[in-house]
Design a protein around this ligand. Structure first.
Ligand code: LLP
Length: 424
């Protein structure tokens, strides 16, 4: 057994270490003990990592501009405990549906700090937002503008932003690119001019500003300039919400811009092009939550075909990202870190009845065996969010770890949960 202390790469949650025996410690808790207590698969979330990144966003804005708001893009990790933590840290929140609005209200967000998105908001969802007296409704299209206006009672007013499709595509996976000329999101520039004219004449709508979100997992920040320049052709407003999008390093060979670089770029652009007095909003999701979480799995079987398949007890039910976006992750056999053992490439597979259910292709691991505990880092963003019950798999629990303490904040689903909504 290795006895050297090996340091962990930047992809692991803040505060993660290997003990003298090479066993992963998360938030001061031993990964093997966590697996014994909470079972596998499990999402282990380092609470301090979440808080630190929230504070870095807030401090980075505070140091650069007087009037700003950081909105947690709740779709990235829509768990009550996560929402509550960000509310405690003073963040605002972006919700993209009536369900997310419900979650944000339930978690204790001040309604004025909740902002509603969506390219297909129903009258019911708009009414829900009006009833809750939320902050901004980010209007996506002309139909919605009419629908919303009709719902606002005489004498009432609602603050809105318009979501603009700036015609700019960042370098990211096409399935998470949202600002290009063919996107389903937001107004093209012609429709935006029409919407601005309508909103400015309305006695029910306060058009406060413009919003754009060009995509997600953005590692090259350059396209934000073209996007903002495009949006600025629509006129001068009080508020600019530049969406989210900051990418993260999923594997140790990748370096992502840090939070401060990203904030510096966005604030700098706005100051350069519009002066220092605008209200700036930003909507980070992934960059707030991705690194906080490690998924623990147990190896169930190992099979030597042309390639070696190492099959875990989870897979596409707890992490759809490899299947949807060819997302790359790394992994560790707990207690047998790569740094001190010979490795070979294996496919880390899920348990689901589908060939595409491979969590990581060709990942270098040291002789994984049945019963081994596998840790996959950077699973906080859009993992739990897109988890599902394929093959009747109960969704994993969410366990918060901090200072050597671990607590369940979302329990594992049970078989009873699988039939709970059955009416017949
Ligand atoms: N604002 C808006 C309007 C958005 O649509 C999104 C993400 C965000 C902010 C947050 O973006 P972020 O900072 O997380 O990049 N399921 C995909 C990601 C979809 C992103 C959807 N919108 C994935 O797992 O990569």
């Amino acid at each position: 057994m290795a006895t050297t202390q090996t340091s962990l790469s930047h992809v692991w949650p803040l505060g993660s270490t290997l003990d003298a025996h090479g066993v992963l410690q998360l938030g001061g808790c031993d990964a093997r003990a966590l697996a014994r207590e909470f079972g596998t698969p499990a999402y282990i979330v380092a609470e301090d990592d979440l808080r630190t990144r929230a504070r870095r966003f807030v401090e980075a804005f505070k140091a650069r501009t007087p009037d700003f708001e950081v909105h947690f893009a709740s779709k990235s990790f829509p768990a009550t405990a996560v929402l509550r933590l960000f509310a405690e840290e003073g963040l605002a929140v972006d919700v993209a549906s009536g369900g997310e609005l419900h979650l944000a209200l339930n978690a204790g967000f001040d309604p004025r700090k909740i902002h509603l998105h969506g390219n297909a908001k129903s009258a019911h969802e708009l009414q829900q937002a009006l009833d809750a007296r939320i902050g901004d409704i980010v209007v996506d299209n002309l139909v919605e503008l009419d629908r919303l206006t009709a719902l606002i009672p005489a004498g009432g007013r609602q603050r809105i932003l318009l979501r603009i499709a700036p015609g700019v595509s960042p370098d990211t996976h096409p399935k998470i690119s949202t600002g290009g000329p063919n996107t389903k999101f937001g107004f093209n520039l012609d429709d935006a001019r029409q919407a601005i004219a309508i909103a400015q004449k309305s006695d029910k709508l306060d058009l406060d500003g413009l919003h754009f979100h060009i995509g997600s997992q953005i590692l090259d920040l350059a396209p934000f300039r073209a996007a903002l320049e495009s949006v600025l052709t629509l006129g001068d407003f009080r508020t600019y919400n530049m969406g989210g999008g900051l990418g993260v390093a999923y594997t140790r060979d990748v370096t992502a811009p840090d939070i401060e670089d990203y904030v510096d770029r966005k604030v700098g652009l706005l100051h350069e092009l519009l002066g220092p007095n605008k209200r700036i909003a930003d909507e980070p999701g992934r960059a707030l939550v991705a690194h906080s979480t490690v998924t623990l799995y147990e190896v169930q079987s190992v099979k030597h075909n042309v390639v070696t398949y190492v099959a875990t007890d989870g897979g596409m039910s707890d992490n759809l990202r490899p299947m949807l976006y060819d997302a790359k992750y790394e992994a560790m056999v707990v207690g047998r870190p790569n740094e001190s053992h010979a490795t070979q490439p294996v496919h880390l597979a899920g348990k689901h009845c589908e060939s595409s259910d491979i969590l990581i292709h060709d990942v270098e691991l040291p002789d994984p065996r049945p019963g081994d505990l596998i840790a996959v880092p950077v699973t906080g963003a859009y993992g739990y969010a897109m988890a599902n019950n394929y093959n009747g798999q109960p969704r994993p629990p969410i366990v918060f770890v901090s200072n050597g303490n671990a607590r369940t904040v979302v329990r594992r689903e049970t078989y009873e949960d699988l039939t709970r909504r059955d009416v017949e």
